[in-house]
Write a protein that binds this ligand. Structure first.
Ligand SMILES: NC(=O)c1ccc[n+]([C@@H]2O[C@H](COP(=O)([O-])OP(=O)(O)OC[C@H]3O[C@@H](n4cnc5c(N)ncnc54)[C@H](OP(=O)(O)O)[C@@H]3O)[C@@H](O)[C@H]2O)c1
Length: 333
């Protein structure tokens, strides 16, 4: 079968036409993938910036397709169903945090950038009917991350306000849609005026360009401080976020696109009694709740572009400059 394969641990990605078809083992389902979606994680892996990289490995955490076969012990009524794949493997028993066996689909286990994948049947969820295959493939990892960060960890309420940083990101754009649908007031930041305008069109109340000096003062004086910040950037400027949070408010951090370490003004943290909360992917409960929420509000992930699987290598490389607004989707068949 065709697949995008990480060929060596230095990050070399190859389009292969000769990967062996997987088979459904006991407890597994074989999915004929129609579409997949790219995440920043795939970019980090190809740059060697991810822990425990193993090769060869088919990358890809997000996928949607049709169940072609099932292994022993799996309900055969799955065959022929259109499905999305829950990308957290072996999350564990606790809702508070993942267990030690937790893995993300697409490294070290073979992922979704392929014509077929075999996954444990408990990873399957029926595709929400209002989504096409591209939209369904764009949903799982980003929406799961945003849902847990906003609601399970961030405890966002409908009467509250939230600032979502770097709104061009895949997690950020679906985060905007989730937060807006719950009734919260959503502020956003971006490096791009065009992306800010697009976020306003999707329901954001206001946006500010974080590359401008004093952007956080500008935002606070025009729109007030927020109850919650959702941040996937981290980095040296993380500290600029804290004065934007109301006393008793929360900052949920789910990534470090701008850098792995942060410094921040500790006085804002303790004096304003802030809560700094980490969040990663999500539990089976988070995933089920996210799918229910997305169906209830007819939400669709924002798709930047759709590219054939063969072009996946160039697509992932293009993420260096973050030109995208929303998700980068791969068309498989
Ligand atoms: N913990 C988890 O489970 C989890 C899950 C998913 C993602 N992540 C991590 O979260 C981050 C975002 O993931 P993604 O897939 O949504 O990435 P993405 O789609 O590649 O988004 C990247 C965006 O980050 C924004 N950004 C870059 N530098 C920034 C800065 N200094 N301040 C604010 N925003 C900045 C940019 O927004 P603008 O273009 O608007 O400026 C850019 O478009 C990545 O680091 C990823 O590894 C973690």
């Amino acid at each position: 079968m065709n697949a995008l394969v990480l060929a060596s641990t230095d990050g070399t990605l190859e389009f292969s036409t000769g990967m062996q078809d997987p088979v459904a083992g006991p407890g597994e389902a074989l999915v004929h993938l129609q579409a997949a979606a790219v995440n920043r994680r795939d970019f980090w892996i190809t740059r060697g910036g991810y822990p425990n990289i193993q090769a060869p490995c088919i990358l890809g955490s997000d996928g949607a397709g049709i169940v072609e076969a099932v292994g022993k012990g799996v309900d055969p009524s799955w065959i022929g169903k259109q499905v999305v794949i829950y990308p957290s493997l072996d999350w564990g028993e606790s809702q508070n945090a993942q267990g030690s066996d937790f893995r993300i689909l697409g490294m070290p286990d073979h992922g979704t950038f392929a014509e077929k994948i075999s996954v444990p049947a408990q990873q399957l969820t029926e595709k929400p009917p209002h989504l096409n295959m591209h939209e369904a493939a764009a949903l799982p990892l980003a929406a799961l991350t945003a849902y847990r960060a906003l609601f399970s960890q961030g405890r966002l309420q409908s009467h509250e306000s939230v600032l979502i940083t770097g709104i061009g990101g895949g997690v950020a754009t679906i985060g905007l849609k989730l937060a807006h649908a719950c009734g919260a007031r959503v502020l956003v930041s971006s490096s791009s005026e065009d992306k800010l305008a697009r976020a306003l069109a999707l329901g954001a109340t206001a946006g500010v360009n974080y590359t401008r000096e004093n952007w956080s003062d500008e935002l606070a004086s025009s729109h007030g401080r927020v109850d919650l910040i959702l941040d996937g950037a981290g980095g040296e400027n993380f500290g600029e976020l804290l004065p934007l949070v109301k006393p008793g408010g929360r900052v949920v951090s789910y990534g470090g696109t701008a850098g792995p370490s942060v410094t921040f003004p500790i006085r804002y943290h303790f004096w304003n009694q802030l809560q700094l909360i980490g969040s990663t992917m999500g539990s089976p409960t988070d995933f089920a709740e996210m799918i229910t929420f997305v169906k209830k509000h007819d939400l669709k992930p924002e798709i930047d572009s759709v590219t054939p699987l063969e072009g996946g290598g160039d697509l992932i490389a293009s993420m260096a400059g973050s030109p995208q607004f929303g998700k980068l989707v791969l068309q498989i068949s």
